[in-house]
Every structure is written in structure tokens, then in C-alpha cells.
Design a protein around this ligand. Sequence first.
Ligand SMILES: C[S@@+](CC[C@H](N)C(=O)[O-])C[C@H]1O[C@@H](n2cnc3c(N)ncnc32)[C@H](O)[C@@H]1O
Length: 255
Amino acid sequence: MNDSPSKWTLAQKRERHFYETRAASHEGRNEVYAEFHAPFWKAILNRLTELDFRDDGYYVDVGCGPNPIVAFVEHGNRIGVDPLMPFYQENFVLPEAFQPFEGTIEELTPIKDGQADVIFSMNNIDHIQNLDQAIATLRRKLRDDGFLVISVNVVGNPIAKLMAKAIDIYRVVDPTHTYHFHSPQEVRNRLAEHFDLVRYECIEQLSEEMQTRKNERDKQVKTLKGLVRQGLKFVKNDLILREKLHLFLFKPKSG
Ligand SMILES: C[S@@+](CC[C@H](N)C(=O)[O-])C[C@H]1O[C@@H](n2cnc3c(N)ncnc32)[C@H](O)[C@@H]1O
């Protein structure tokens, strides 16, 4: 857990760098960046059978990056919010099916209180500045009968969890993320003041299928730097953290 702005600033610098690299390898293709991820997002939306999308509904994707899941929702007002939005607008072809806004999950200013039917926060709550503030804001912006969808990595290595209790290993091993969760229960507990868990599932297999697609695509542009990056990623993800992606569906607490 870390609410320090300097940690967030550093994490966002790295995030921007990551997307600069993605933009450079995508340059010239002149295609909507999010389209490549369509099978991943559609598989997730298909799993969320509790959600019912209406033409007059408000569907918000916070921390959407250049790759909003909400663009694959077929009805309603589809809105994406991200602090790096001007950078994404400048460097990527974004889908036309959503309205992009610059903003943060802690404030969510483009959305009125009680306006959102569904808020998506995909691969996002471990990148933000202040989780407690974000959770209170998400609750305020959602309708009482709305839904919150979260996907987030959960660190699976018990040694990483033990070490993190003693020292801030993540500052060294994984400075791109401002928060780390060590079990689905921990995610549930962090939200428990304002949200009830409807259900969760591990969607690591979907994530791996997406990674295979990315690896296939990137084969042609393999450089030494790319190989080193892939090696470091293996050490971080598969040896040190052993993260797995989980999908959570929450409802606002009643009363
Ligand atoms: C890993 S990307 C996820 C992008 C997209 N949702 C996806 O799954 O491909 C994390 C995103 O969270 C955004 N982010 C970081 N801090 C944030 C904050 N305080 N509020 C909202 N979004 C934030 C970053 O700018 C980045 O676009």
C-alpha cells in the first residue's frame, strides 16, 4: 500500500514510457489500437452476464488507457477517463465508440454523482495514487443499483508477500505499480466499506492467450532490447511475483 504522490509520479512516468514503446511499434498501422485486444475484452464482457447494457445507460471505463473495454459495450453512453488521455489521443488511434476525458479515479470529475450504471477499472487500481479516496469516489459516482467491475493482478508468491511486510521490495522489483494485492480476499477487504462482492474468478488463462497474441505480433520486430525486456519480465512475473489476473464484480452496499 502506498499513497505517496512521488511514487505515483514515477509509476506514471514508466507507464507513459511503456505506451510510448507500444505507440512506436504500432506506428504506421493506422488502426484502432484497442481492436487488437477485442477478443480479450469481449471474453470478459461475455462472462459478466449480470450486466445489462441500455441505450440510455452510462458506462464508464476509468484508467482505460488507449485500450478501453467500454468501446466494446454495444449500447449507451460510453466514457473513458485517464490521467494520460491527452497523450493517448495524440499517439494512438482511439475507438470512436467512446468519449475520452482526462481525469483520475480519485476525482472522476467527468461523471456526476449517482450517474454511472457500470464502472470498469481494468488493470488500474494497482496504478493509482490513493485507493481509499478512489473507492469512496467510485461509490459516489455509481447508481445504487450499479455495478463495479475490477480486473487486477494478485501476487501469488507467498515469499514476496512476507518480504513486503518487512521491506518495500516492490519499489525495486515493480515500481510501475503503486499497490500490490496478495489475495482476492485482500481486494475484497479493501472495498468492503462501500461494496459487496458479487463474485470473482481468476482470468489468468485469458490474459495468457492475449499475451500469446502479442508475442506472435511482436515476433517480426524483435530487437536485443526487446529480448532483454522480455527476460526481465519473466524474472519479475514468473519467478518473483507470480501474478495472476483476477476479475471482480462488486455492487454498492445497500443502506
Ligand atoms: C495498465 S494501464 C491499463 C489500461 C487499460 N485499462 C487496459 O487494461 O489495457 C493503467 C492505466 O491506469 C491509469 N492510471 C494511473 N493512475 C490513475 C489514476 N489515479 N486514476 C485513473 N487512472 C489512472 C494509467 O494512466 C494507465 O492508463
